[in-house]
Structure formats: structure tokens, C-alpha cells
Design a protein around this ligand. Sequence first.
Ligand SMILES: C[S@@+](CC[C@H](N)C(=O)[O-])C[C@H]1O[C@@H](n2cnc3c(N)ncnc32)[C@H](O)[C@@H]1O
Length: 424
Amino acid sequence: MIQRYLGNKTSFIDEIIKEIDKLCNKEDYVCDIFSGTLSVSMKLKEKGYKVISNDINRFSYCFGKSHLLNNTIPIIDLKKLGINFNEYENEALNRLNEINTNDEGFKFLKKQKYRIPYINLIILLKYLDNLDSTKLPSSYNNTYFFDYYTEKGSHSKFISQRGSEGRRKFFTPDNGSRIDLYLNKIREWFNNKLLNDDLYFLLLSIISESIEKISNTQGTFHDFPREQYDSRALKELKLRLPKFDNILSKTEGHILGKERDSLDFIKEVPRHKVLYIDPPYNFRQYTSYYFMLNLICDYCEIKDLEKYFNNVKFVRGQNMEKNFISSFCKNSEFISSLKKLIKDADTEWIIMSYFNGRNHKTSNNDKKCILTDLENFFKSELFEKDSLIIKPIERKNYQSYGGHKATKVDELLYIVKKDKNEMV
Ligand SMILES: C[S@@+](CC[C@H](N)C(=O)[O-])C[C@H]1O[C@@H](n2cnc3c(N)ncnc32)[C@H](O)[C@@H]1O
């Protein structure tokens, strides 16, 4: 899964699930309406709930397809993809034997029935890692990631609004070329209809996850260190082996929104027991901050790549076509948007995450104010009287804001029941 993500709930997952467990029976629907990395959705799947998951980001949709909706290791016809099993068999077997089947995510490999399809997947990833441009037809030999996002690229020059100039450095030139090779090959297979849905989305998730680990960023793709490379970025890009323990959980009946605005999607969501809301905590717009992950997941389906890349903007080089401005990131619209979302939700309970660090209103030092506003909102007539509980969970805040140091802040859980008269 993607790790470096603003608001990723992996570290508080147990506390969140504990509260959901108190309200739900197994097989109840739970809706994760701002699912991001899917950390919460996947834990819910593992616990046996039926999950409804949605996020505006394309990469979240890809992970939803490959991790939440999918329950299998995709069957891979290597021959059809032009891959010679014998060429990689020994290497793949060695790699398989190196995996510790007691490690989190890899316990599924204790079962013999999963080892054969997994070997084919290892072979496929080895093939992609060893790919060179001679294995691509000329019409697929594009170099957009090298050209636009590495310092040696022909189109990586930027001029910032303040007039500073330089070259984009999201990846080292070698890693940029490798991304081109992976994605061009998958684009070719996709266009020739050689990949089933499960495999297509799994490959995109694996590539996104692997790229996140070697990108030259401080966590988001809004910018990159201008002068030097982060030490992570200097590592050679290799595709990571996916963990399948959660994916193979047997529950079915999950529902996935496709890059929908949650305010629209919620109107179509069937009755659920708990609506888990993990909104943006401040002004940062996620489709800008994580545009690179979305681009990787969109790349194979962009019809005219040349036109697409000719239209990239800003220092970071984002094509703004699918950029989305969320009202949940705006101070003035945050609470009214929450109200709309909850009014339209066919839910019994709401659990919302928020925090008392630098949130929607802290730029002018009134961070308490938004918490008071939120408390008043959750005590309004939309909710059952006296049902609100606010639970603090202690954590460190590692977000960097020009010199702002890590401080101890509380992650908060608002747990509240929707009023019966307000049910949809
Ligand atoms: C705090 S993050 C959620 C993190 C997630 N729980 C996790 O563990 O990774 C907030 C999410 O809300 C999404 N988002 C913001 N506004 C949205 C909207 N109007 N509709 C759908 N998603 C939205 C962002 O893309 C982002 O992934």
C-alpha cells in the first residue's frame, strides 16, 4: 500500500476498528467515504465487514479494484504476454523461497495452492524489471517520465511563479526511464486486450507502490527537493512483491466508487451501519499533491499522450484536466460540506477522524475554534441527543511547514448517532 500519504490511518487503525466493532455485526456494510490509501477499507475487509469505499483519486480506485474487490491471485498466461517461463523460473523460485511466510502479508504462501499463481506473478515482475526498449514496438517507445520528470529530460525545465528556474527531479534519470518501460509495456498489453481487469489493476498498484518508495519527494508530489536527491530516490527502482493476505479475505459484496466526489457518491450508497469519515484536515488538495500516482494509474488509458504532456503546468508538471478542488479542504465550506454528506447518507452511525494539530483554521491561531464548531455541529438536531462521544488518540505530528517542528497532537474520533427523523 501507499505509505507516505497525508492522513494515512495505518498507525491508528486498531483504535478506529475497535470503535466500529462496537457498533457493527460482521457482514454489516461500513462506508469508508474518503478512503485514500485504503488502509481502513482493507482492515474492514479483513475483519469480515462489507465495505463501501470511495475517493476522488484515481490511484485509490486502482487499489480498490486490485485489493478490495479482487479476492484472488490473478491467473497469468505468460505465453500470451510473450514471456518465457523457463528463462525466469529459477530466479523466481529463489525469490519465492527467500520470502518469510511468517511476515505480515505473506502468510498466504504457507498454502501450496497459492504458490503456483504467485510464481507466475514473480516471473511477470522479473520480466518487467529486466525490460529494455528493444522489447517494445516503436509506437510504444515513449519517454515521457524521463523527459518531463527527470533533470536530464528534454521537457523538464520549469520556471516558478517567483521566477526561479530549474529542472524537475521527481526521479533519477535511470528510474524515470524504468517507469517509462513498465508503463509502455502495460499500455501495449492493455491496448491489445491481453490483461484481465484483476491483473491490470494489480500491476498499476504494484508500480504505484514501488514508485512511491523511490520518488524524490518529502512525501507529496506537490514539489521535490530542488538541489539534491532524497536518499530514498537514489535507490534503483524495482517492482515490489505484493502482499496478498488481506486481498484473499473471503468476504464479498464490496462496493467501490470510481473517483467520485463523495458528496455525489453518498446519494447512491445503500444503507450502512457506520459511515467512517476521514476528511482532509486542511487546505491541501489531494489530486494536486498526489497527481503523480494518479498519472501512473491513468497512463495506459490516456488517448493522446503527446497532447496530455504538452499541457502540464506548474513547477511540478501536472496536467490539470482531472484536477479536483474539494470543498472539504476549504475553511469556509468544511462544516457545510460535512452536513450535506451526512444528511444524504443512509447510515445509522458516524465515526469521523480529525485532529487538533494544524487543521482547517490554524493559520490564524484559532485552532480551538474549529474543534468547538465541530462539537456544536455534532450536537445539532441532525444527530441523536447526547449520543456524541469524542475520543482522543495521542500521536506525533510529522508534517513539515517551513520550520514547524514535530509536536504532540491528538487524533480525535467523533462517534455520533444520526437522528432517526433525519434518516434517508
Ligand atoms: C485524510 S485523507 C484519507 C486518508 C485515508 N483514510 C487513509 O488512511 O489513507 C482524505 C481523503 O479525502 C479525499 N477527498 C477529499 N475531498 C474529496 C471529495 N470531495 N470526494 C472524494 N474524496 C475526497 C482525498 O483524496 C484524500 O484521499
